[in-house]
Design a binder for this molecule. Sequence first.
Ligand code: ADP
Ligand code: GLC
Length: 501
Amino acid sequence: MRILFVSSEIYPLAKTGGLADVSYALPVALRRLGVDVRLLMPAYPVALERIERRRAPLSLGAVMGFDDVGIIPGNLPGSELPVGLVDCPPLFDRQGGLYADRDGRDWPDNFQRYALLCHAGARLAAGHGPIDWQPDVVHANDWHTGLLPLLSHQAGDGGAPTLFSIHNMAFQGVFGMDVAERVGIGPDYLNPDGAEFYGKVSFLKAGIRFARQLVTVSPSYAREITTGEFGWGLEGLLSARVGDLEGILNGVDYGTWDPAHDPLLPARYTAADLSGKRACKAAIQAELGLEVDPDRPLFVYVSRLTEQKMADQVLAAAPAIARELGQFAFVAQGERRFEEGFAALASAAPGRIAGRIGYDEATAHRLIAGSDMLLAPARFEPCGLTQLYALRYGSIPIVRPTGGLADTIVHADPAALAERTATGFHAAAGHADDLLRTAARATTLWREPLTWRRLAETAMAQDFSWNRSARRYLQLYRTMAGTDGADGEDGEEEQTLKLGS
Ligand code: ADP
Ligand code: GLC
C-alpha cells in the first residue's frame, strides 16, 4: 500500500498545533503496519533547516506560473519517513509564521501557497511527478489541501483517490472568486455543486466535495459537523456525504509524549513512582517564578489563544483560581488581545500566576508534567491532543465535553470515581464561573490523596496509542484502492483485523 500524505505542517519540521502532531504520528504508525507512506509539505525555512538526509531537488517544472518548482527529498528527523518539501522560494522563503506574518496577519498569497502544494500533490497522485512512484491513495489534510481532489477530478487523469481528513472546520480557506483562475480552478467547478461558497471559493468545500472518502478526528465531531451549530455552512454538503464520512479518533505518539522517557523533563516518572512528577512540579514552579510549594494545586493551560479554546473564559477564571485554589501557569500564543490579557495576568499575581507567551515545545512538556490539572475547555474541539497528553502525565484534564473532549475524558462523578473509570472533569458550560466551580471541586478531590492517586492512576493507564486508529485508516485505504480482499505484504495484518472485529 503506497500512501502520499499531504499536510501544511508536520512535527518536527513545522508545527502550530495538533495537525502537525497527527501528520507525524499517524504516518509513523502506518509505516509500522507495513505501509509505504511518503509525506509532502511546503519548503518553509524551518522545514529546510530541520529536514535530515536532504537530497538534490527534483524538478516539477513550471506550476501555476511559477518557474521551476522543486521537490526537495529528505527524511523526517529521527524517523525513516521520506518527506518531500515543495520548494518555491517566492511563496515559502520568508520569515514569520507558517500562515501569517509576525503581526498575525494571514499571508495575502495563502491561496497560491497552498494551491501550489495541491498541484504538486495532484501530479504525484497521477504518477506525473519527477519520481517513479505513484500512490494508491492520497491522504490530504485540512483546507490547505482541499484543492487537491478537485484538481485530480478536473484533470480526469486517473490519479489516486483522495481521503480527506478534516481536523478543524473553523479554518476554511475562503478567497475571492478572482483567485480561481490563478490557481487553476476551471469555470465548471465554480458553482454551488463545486468549490463555490456564497460567491467565493472555498478550499475546504472543494476537499469535502471531491474527495472519495472523508474522515474527521473523533466520532462526536463527525456527528456534530453535520449540524448547523458546528458545520460552518457546510453541514448540508456534509450531511449529503454522511455515508462517506467517518470519525476516527486521533492517537498519541507515546514515543514523544511519555513521562517515563521524555528527554525534555528534569525528572522522569511512572504511575508506580510519582516522585519524578513532584520534582517536575518544583522545577517548573522555580523556572517560571511561582512559589515553590507542593501543597498548592498547579493548573496549567497549553494552548492556541483563540475563541475555540475559550481563551476569554480561561483569562477571566485565572485570577480567582490563583486567589482561591492554587496556582495558574501557561504557555500560549495566538490572538493579540488574548496575548495581552495573559501577559497582564502574570504581573497582577506574582508567585501565583506565571507563564510564557509564545510557542515553546519544551515548556509545554514541562508544564504538563509538572501540573496537577490541565484546563482544556473548548467551544468546539475536533479531537484535542493536550488532554490526551495530560492523561499520560497524570495531569487531570478539566474539559468542556464537546467533540473529541467528550469522547476521551470520563467525568469524575461519584459513580465513575467508585468504579475507577473517571479520568477528568467536565465543565458543562465552560464559562469562567463554571471553570472555577469545576476547578474547586477538582481541588477538593486533590486534597484527598487516596482519591486523587486513583484518579491519576486511571488517567495514566489510558491507552490512546495510534495502533487501532491507524489500522482503521489502512482498511479505508484498502477499500479505496480496491485491494480489500487481496493478499499483500500486510495480508497478515488484514487477518488480525478480521479476527479482531
Ligand atoms: P489544536 O490543534 O486545536 O491547537 P490540539 O490539542 O490538537 O489542539 O494540539 C495542540 C498541540 O499544540 C499540542 O501538541 C500542544 O502541546 C501544542 N501547543 C499548543 N500551544 C502551544 C504553545 N504555546 N507552545 C507549545 N506547544 C503548544
Ligand atoms: C485541529 C483541532 C484539534 C485536533 C487537531 C489534530 O487543530 O483543533 O482538535 O486535535 O486538529 O487533528
